[in-house]
Design a protein. Structure first.
Length: 113
C-alpha cells in the first residue's frame, strides 16, 4: 500500500486547510486510515482515525476543529482542519493499517500566529 499526502501549506491562525491522502489500494481492503502529526522535537501523535466501518476517533486537541473523511470511490482519506492554531504546526502523515502499518511521506502544515 502506497500513500501520498498533499494539501499542506502556510495559513494564518484561525484559518483552514484540507489535507488529502491518495491510497494505492482499495480502501475496502484496509482496516483503518489515519492522520498523525509530528512537530519539531516531539513524538509523532495520532490526530484522527477512521476505521473500516466508518467509526471516527479524534485526539482531544482537535475535537470540534478537524474532520476526517474518506472517499471509497476515489480511494482517498481527507482531513479538514478548521480554526487552526499555531500549535497545529507539524508535519502531517497519513497511514493505513491492514496486517501491516503503512506510512506516507508527510506534508508540512505551518500555522502563523
Amino acid at each position: 500500500v502506497q500513500l501520498q499526502a498533499s494539501g499542506g501549506g502556510l495559513v494564518q491562525a484561525g484559518g483552514s486547510l484540507r489535507l488529502s491522502c491518495a491510497v494505492s489500494a482499495s480502501i475496502f481492503s484496509i482496516n483503518a486510515l489515519g492522520w498523525y502529526r509530528q512537530a519539531p522535537g516531539k513524538q509523532r501523535e495520532m490526530v484522527a482515525i477512521i476505521d473500516y466501518g466508518g467509526h471516527r476517533d479524534y485526539a482531544d486537541f482537535v475535537k470540534g476543529r478537524f474532520t476526517i473523511s474518506r472517499d471509497n470511490a476515489k480511494n482517498t482519506v481527507d482531513l479538514q482542519m478548521d480554526s487552526l492554531k499555531a500549535e497545529d504546526t507539524a508535519v502531517y502523515y497519513c497511514n493505513a493499517i491492514t496486517s501491516r502499518t503503512y506510512w506516507g511521506k508527510g506534508t508540512q502544515v505551518t500555522v502563523s500566529s
